[in-house]
Design a protein around this ligand. Structure first.
Ligand code: PRP
Ligand code: URA
Length: 210
């Protein structure tokens, strides 16, 4: 349907997501699952990263091997809920740099309000993964990516766990050059801007604030 949107249908991701959606899942398990899903999604989403040939000397002989080109990755979680995905990614890419963008949705207007932005100095030489479990109206993701684009990174990808069709439509229109990875494309948004069926408020469930 969209050539720059990938929905990961890996059974492990789908199984973990089924537990995440359950309202009876505890905050402790929710946090662990968000992190595990982020690891699995990161493994899949990094498949396209360009490799280059380098020489190493094994204990036996010199040989040519492949490694990821250049300065590698930066992960930028959208606060708060995006923080829940960071550990899962750094478990696979321990040397990545981490930026932070603080945005919250105004409850009335549903428009994102930015309150913090700190990005790695050398982001211009990095491939960036912007992470947030939820892409609902798309406002937060669109704004975060616009902020990061000002710093001209090598590339940007957006990784969320659940996306709404409305969010995908708005995001791909605003940033057609940014690939979106998700674990589920849900049915719709409700009148309060929550994803249906979704999983509720991701930040509250990760941090146990409700
Ligand atoms: C949630 C979520 C996204 C945003 C998605 O954050 O983590 O950032 O909503 O909605 P949108 O696509 O309509 O912008 P929230 O604003 O609840 O802030 P929080 O993470 O601090 O709880
Ligand atoms: N933010 C959330 O945390 N959940 C939704 O369903 C929508 C926005």
């Amino acid at each position: 349907m969209y050539n720059n949107v990938t929905v990961f249908d890996h059974p492990l991701i789908q199984h973990k997501l089924s537990i995440l959606r359950n309202k009876e899942t505890s905050s402790k398990d929710f946090r662990a699952l968000v992190s595990e899903i982020a690891t699995l999604m990161c493994y899949e989403a990094t498949r396209e990263l360009p490799l280059e040939a380098v020489e190493v000397e094994t204990p036996i002989c010199k040989t040519t091997v492949k490694h990821i080109c250049g300065k590698k990755l930066a992960v930028v979680p959208i606060l708060r809920a995006g923080l829940g995905m960071v550990d899962g990614i750094t478990s696979l890419v321990p040397s990545c740099r981490i930026g932070h963008i603080g945005l919250y949705r105004d409850e009335e207007t549903l428009k994102p309000v930015e309150y913090y932005c700190k990005l790695p100095k050398d982001i211009g030489e990095r491939d960036v993964f912007v992470v947030d479990p939820m892409l609902a109206t798309g406002g937060s993701g669109i704004d975060a990516v616009s902020q990061i684009k000002l710093r001209k990174p090598r590339s940007i990808r957006f990784m969320c766990i659940i996306a709404a069709p409305e969010g995908i439509e708005a995001f791909t229109k605003a940033h057609p050059d940014v690939h979106v990875y998700c674990a589920a494309l849900d049915e719709k948004l409700n009148e309060n801007g929550y994803i249906v069926p979704g999983l509720g408020d991701a930040g509250d469930r990760i941090f146990g604030t409700k």
